[in-house]
Unconditional design. Structure first.
Length: 128
């Protein structure tokens, strides 16, 4: 039932995503998809005459959670990317401290990445 509203609103079928305990980023993907198709979900609940299950406060919580999880996801992606090569060297203060070898340090790249993503992480509107 929900797909007809998703197709009408987004122009294509989009499945809802579920959380998976073995994939750390699945919660972020699930919340993002929920927010993206929330109008269709709300319309389906109304048609099923269970619109009382909808709570706008929960949507606000989901938006905050997504804004919190996005930078974490980007950080992990940056840390695990092939371009993120590090070289370990001995240090008197910290044994085997890893330092970034690239032109930009890992810290600088993460800051830039998070700054760029937060520009995109505005609360979802019904137009998304």
């Amino acid at each position: 039932m929900i797909q007809k509203y998703i197709v009408a609103d987004k122009g294509k079928e989009l499945k809802l995503k579920g959380d998976c305990k073995t994939r750390w980023s699945s919660l972020e993907a699930m919340i993002e998809r929920f927010l993206f198709v929330r109008c269709a979900i709300k319309k389906a609940l109304y048609d099923l005459k269970i619109e009382n299950m909808w709570n706008d406060e929960y949507v606000k919580i989901a938006e905050v959670l997504l804004a919190t999880l996005k930078p974490v996801k980007l950080t992990v992606q940056n840390l695990s990317s092939k371009d993120s090569k590090t070289e370990c060297q001995d240090n008197n203060d910290i044994e085997n401290e890893c330092v970034e070898v690239k032109e930009l340090s890992l810290q600088q790249r993460l800051i830039l990445s998070i700054a760029e993503s937060t520009k995109e992480c505005t609360p979802y509107s019904d137009k998304n």
